[in-house]
Write a protein that binds this ligand. Structure first.
Ligand code: ADE
Length: 250
């Protein structure tokens, strides 16, 4: 998968060199290109923003640097046969970024991110590229960041760990909170490892029992308990048919 990020803070994307994403790059699973938007400015001050039409506070990112940057990134990717691009625009007014969207994005060959600063990018830029490729305007949560770069890191990590050959154990995202499947609407429950006794605290007996049926039941009960406490909306949303008689007796 190819990733391009156009930003006025290229150094903000340095975490893409470490940990899981860094390893995916080293293995050649991810081909990451970070670009400085100011490389596509033509004035002495490398201006990327201007005052908003219609008035109001803050500044708006200008069309020309973004247009030139995206044209250049697209030309390079097409020349190298990177496949069909999709544009990912991080913005607090986007659709919520979910595991389901992470899965869909992980199936694409080429993602181009446009993290903005200030009050955002002149709308005409998104409208222009939406005629050429799918555009996903995404929000990582109901809060406002100073810029979209942190959202790029979030989306990239969620997508990269789904790529074949990135996680050591291909099964390890099967039970993720929000993963499609049996526990689709439940958060993942607690986990334990050795030693069996720590500061007087024991690992639950059932986990040491070797009884797979009982362990699965315990895990589901714990997932349900945690979801009820932290995300009752997920329980509501999944409807009464999602839980069996035993769940309802909890
Ligand atoms: N830029 C600023 N806030 C954001 C958010 N919550 N999600 C994505 N991009 C953003």
């Amino acid at each position: 998968m190819r990733l391009d990020v156009v930003t006025i803070f290229p150094e903000y994307l340095e975490p893409l060199n470490v940990s899981l994403v860094g390893k995916a790059r080293a293995r050649g699973v991810l081909d990451v290109h970070v670009h400085d938007l100011r490389d596509w400015t033509h004035d002495r001050h490398h201006t990327v923003d201007d005052t908003p039409y219609g008035g109001g506070p803050g500044m708006v990112m200008k069309t020309e640097p973004w247009g030139d940057a995206l044209d250049s990134v697209l030309a390079d990717g097409y020349e190298r046969g990177s496949g069909e691009p999709a544009l990912i625009v991080p913005t607090p007014s986007g659709r919520p970024f979910t595991q389901e969207l992470a899965v869909r994005l992980s199936e694409r060959p080429w993602l181009i991110f446009t993290p903005a600063r200030y009050e955002g990018i002149d709308r005409r830029v998104v409208d222009e590229y939406a005629t050429r490729m799918p555009v996903y305007e995404v929000s990582i949560g109901d809060y406002v960041l100073a810029g979209g770069e942190a959202a790029v890191l979030v989306v990239t990590e969620a997508v990269a760990r789904l790529l074949p050959g990135v996680l050591g154990n291909a099964e390890s995202h099967r039970d993720d909170s929000f993963a499609p499947g049996a526990m689709a609407s439940l958060l993942e429950g607690p986990v334990h490892t050795k030693p069996p006794l720590w500061r007087g605290r024991e690992v639950p007996d059932v986990l040491l029992s070797g009884h797979h049926g009982k362990i699965a039941r315990w895990r589901r009960d714990e997932a349900l308990r945690r979801t009820t406490a932290h995300r009752p909306d997920l329980i509501e949303r999944s409807g009464p048919g999602s839980f069996d008689k035993k769940d309802r007796e909890m």
